[in-house]
Design a protein around this ligand. Structure first.
Ligand SMILES: [Zn+2]
Length: 190
């Protein structure tokens, strides 16, 4: 799948929206990417996951792991395309990322981390911290969309499918706030 087709899918499914948004990082933006709008379509998600898998097959991961909730579906579809296992990390009672529901990792297992959209990379970093406590080999990080503008360094290779820097501002410098537009918080993180 070519980049042009990927963009077309994101446009068709309404992943890209404009307005006045508070991102999970706390910054404000006039643009927002809601990957759930793509992920609600299994057929389209499968195409995207295959495009990711084509570029990642050389990593030969045993397991693909994503942070809940955004990373669960894409981890599952990517694992299917790579012939790997899919698990997810989620917050435990102490708000720390954890493996629950009986998910385990064996020593030496090759693990690929996937997220739907990387902005600050916070959730991915928490999953990497979690994996750091296990004797696994982290082969890389991937995401459907990279909005980090090259600002993230996970300490392992990062292979985003689509790179899309999005302009954002600290709230006190946000031109949309200054224009008096109401802000919405579209993210899933509290
Ligand atoms: Zn604002």
């Amino acid at each position: 799948m070519q980049n042009q087709e990927l963009w077309q899918l994101l446009e068709e499914t309404g992943v890209y929206t404009t307005g006045h948004f508070q991102l999970s990082s706390g910054r404000h933006s006039g643009e927002y990417l809601q990957c759930a709008r793509l992920l609600q379509w299994p057929d389209k998600t499968e195409l995207v996951a295959r495009a990711m898998a084509d570029r990642l097959a050389g990593l030969c991961p045993d397991t693909v792991i994503g942070p809940a909730l955004g990373g669960i579906i894409i981890a599952y579809e990517l694992a299917r395309a790579l012939g790997a296992r899919a698990i997810f990390a989620e917050r435990a009672a102490d708000n720390q990322m954890a493996l629950r529901r009986g998910f385990t990792l064996r020593p030496g297992e090759k693990v690929l981390v996937v997220e739907d959209v990387v902005t600050t990379g916070g959730s991915v970093r928490e999953v990497l911290d979690l994996l750091g406590g296990q004797e696994v080999e982290v082969v890389g990080v991937t995401s459907i969309i990279d909005r980090s503008d090259g600002e993230v360094d996970f300490g392992v290779p990062f292979f985003p499918l689509i790179t899309m820097p999005v302009r954002s501002y600290p709230p006190q410098e946000c031109p949309l706030c200054q224009a008096g537009l109401p802000v919405t918080k579209p993210g899933s993180r509290k």
